[in-house]
Design a binder for this molecule. Sequence first.
Ligand code: ZN
Length: 243
Amino acid sequence: MRKKNQECAYCGSIGKVTMDHIPPKLLFSRPLPNDLITVPACDKCHGETSKDDEYLRLALQMRDGIAEHPDVIKSRPTLLRSLEKPEAVGMRNSVLGSIVGAELCTPSGLFIKDILAMKTRMDRVDRVVARITRGLFYRYKGYIVPRGYDVVAGSKEAVDKLPPDMRNPLDEGVLNRLLAVPAFCIGNGVFSYRFGTDKCDANITCWILCFYEQAGFLGMTFPISCLNPSGAAWHTITTNLPG
Ligand SMILES: [Zn+2]
């Protein structure tokens, strides 16, 4: 792809950039949709991401419910080919090492059968989601997440596990408000997002990101000073969303 001198959407350095797709284009089947979002990325930021992008694809596409998505079925040969490549030895080992025995149950807890499942490294997935949040921030604001602010991301499942004293304010202050605004969708339901900006601080933003209409994530940008030592900062957000 053509390179020119521009600001990197992730680190802010000025130099030759490559247009980086958010979310990663390998999540989509071919032909690619024509409304993919791109942001400029320097070689360092662009190069750091490809392994994590592949891991995100694998973690998402092997999930129950997503494996049957039409785009996933269509792109499965590409996924399998990518795992067969010699340079994918690290990825293969990490997949094999993460296979665990599990019990398949109905939502009400009735045992169905023993299955093999992939234990997902959520820290790795969250890292990609945080980068997507950073890229979307740049696209909408026209500047990088400023110094003094940071991005955090977590899955819906992680949010669901928060204790009620953290979860309730998050529901009221952020999630319910965001879910009331229309989502932007890209591809055949492959990716959708909604977001809101705090009315008092334009750099505090909250994003609900969803992959394949199933895997939901929350991403946020906010002041580092609000982060508590554990990094679990959801409850510090008392925002006026959306705005
Ligand atoms: Zn960069």
